[in-house]
Design a protein around this ligand. Structure first.
Ligand SMILES: [Zn+2]
Length: 419
């Protein structure tokens, strides 16, 4: 799979996950009866089943009969789902949710959801039984964007590592043989200074080699490189072009840090907070700039659900732009009288309205099957036509405009279709 396709798939997956989480957050159990289990990929399924069995028998001690029954039902349902897996869970693990939720009017309804392969690995096994589902760890994963390379150095030591979402991963360290500023007796000052500069240069080369080894193979997935250290070390290091040129081009900033050991990596990330926030929306900003340029002076922009859809069907859309905050359904009203199909986009919480065919005026009924998630509807067409889908954040002005002024749907075209 190409990297872009991979990225696209993960964007779509994130969208699917976000939807499920929003649903789960709305549920409430009447007692401590909603079960959530996070399973890392290296945890054997049989271990999880054993744990669930154990919890099931312990639940027998719950005093309230209703809560006891509900918890045991939830656990049984989870055990049923676990039977679909072999020895280990799929990549990045699984998260299971099950429980009897309030469905209004004193009634409860059993809900079971399984999320496979979240965008980041599940880090540790967690069993959670409460009056709501535990969604925070998943939400954090979804908020996590980006992969950044980290380098901290002074003339004595250096550390390189990754920032993956919010996680800092130290990978390698080096220490130098650069002599202190004080020369030994009998050494000429000139010779000492030259040797010292050579040692510094060697150390920078070693650090760059370490950084290049780590970052170059991932250079197409890396969103940026952060460099930290005291002055003038980090400046010398960057100005001296020690890094591979493709890595050098990805440096998004240099920052003062107090330490250059592993804790310096954390220091670096803390100090780079603003630069990281900018970098996160940078790609979104660029594509929206392009959209507005086309809108104002070109002819390769389209927006609104119906126009965007029509262009998509024709295969003329290069990139489909969807606002990340959008939660809409689309209803397709297929008229049996004249064969025309009208579509209406509406808020997810609104019920399906009555409709008369725009061509022949006959009343058209829509069933549940005629109603679907508007984003899924467009992405499905996009995938058939080889169109790339981009979710655009609303954390910047033009991103907000996509949501407010353009209905959340837009496209950059390969060629103008006159639609
Ligand atoms: Zn009709």
């Amino acid at each position: 799979m190409s990297q872009e396709a991979e990225q696209e798939q993960s964007d779509r997956k994130k969208y699917e996950f976000r939807k499920v989480i929003e649903d789960l957050k709305n549920y409430e159990g009447s007692g401590t009866q909603l079960v959530t289990i996070y399973v890392p990929e290296d945890r054997q399924i049989s271990d999880v089943v054993a744990h669930v069995t154990q919890e099931h028998s312990e639940a027998a001690n719950i005093k309230s009969k209703q809560t006891r029954t509900n918890v045991q039902d939830a656990l049984t349902s989870i055990k049923d789902r676990l039977r679909y897996y072999d020895t280990y869970p799929p990549e990045n693990g699984i998260v299971l949710f099950s429980g009897a939720v309030d469905s209004g009017g004193g009634q409860t309804e059993m809900v079971t959801k399984v999320l496979e392969s979240p965008p980041q690995p599940v880090e540790s096994f967690r069993y959670h039984c409460d009056s709501d589902f535990l969604t925070e760890p998943l939400e954090e994963m979804l908020a996590d964007k980006g992969l950044y390379g980290l380098v901290v150095l002074d003339r004595r030591e250096a550390n390189v590592g990754w920032l993956k979402g919010k996680r800092i991963e130290p990978v390698k360290s080096a220490s130098s043989l650069v002599p202190g500023k004080q020369r030994k007796g009998g050494q000429s000052a000139q010779r000492f200074a030259r040797l010292r500069l050579e040692a510094i240069d060697n150390f920078y080369q070693e650090v760059a080699g370490m950084a290049n080894d780590l970052f170059v193979p991932k250079r197409h997935n890396v969103d940026g490189i952060l460099v930290g250290g005291p002055s003038p070390t980090k400046d010398e290091f960057l100005d001296g072009d020690y890094l591979h040129h493709e890595i050098q081009d990805k440096v998004i900033g240099k920052f003062d840090v107090a330490y250059t050991d592993e804790s310096g990596l954390k220091d670096l990330v803390d100090n780079a907070e603003d630069a990281l926030a900018d970098a996160e929306v940078m790609k979104d900003k660029q594509v929206m700039e392009e959209f507005f340029e086309e809108l104002n002076a070109g002819e390769l922009a389209t927006y609104g659900f119906e126009q965007t859809r029509e262009n998509l069907v024709m295969g003329s859309v290069d990139r489909l732009l969807i606002s990340e905050d959008l939660r809409k359904d689309v209803i397709s009203y297929a008229c049996t009288e004249c064969g025309n199909t009208d579509r209406e986009v509406l808020d997810r919480r609104k019920s399906t309205p009555e409709h008369t065919c725009s061509e022949c005026g006959v009343d058209v009924e829509a069933t549940d099957e005629d109603r679907e998630d508007a984003i899924d509807h467009l992405i499905e067409i996009a995938e058939q036509r080889g169109t790339e889908t981009k979710f655009i954040s609303t954390d910047f002005e033009k991103g907000e405009q996509l949501y407010n002024a353009f209905g959340g749907f837009a496209g950059l075209l390969r060629y103008n279709t006159g639609v």
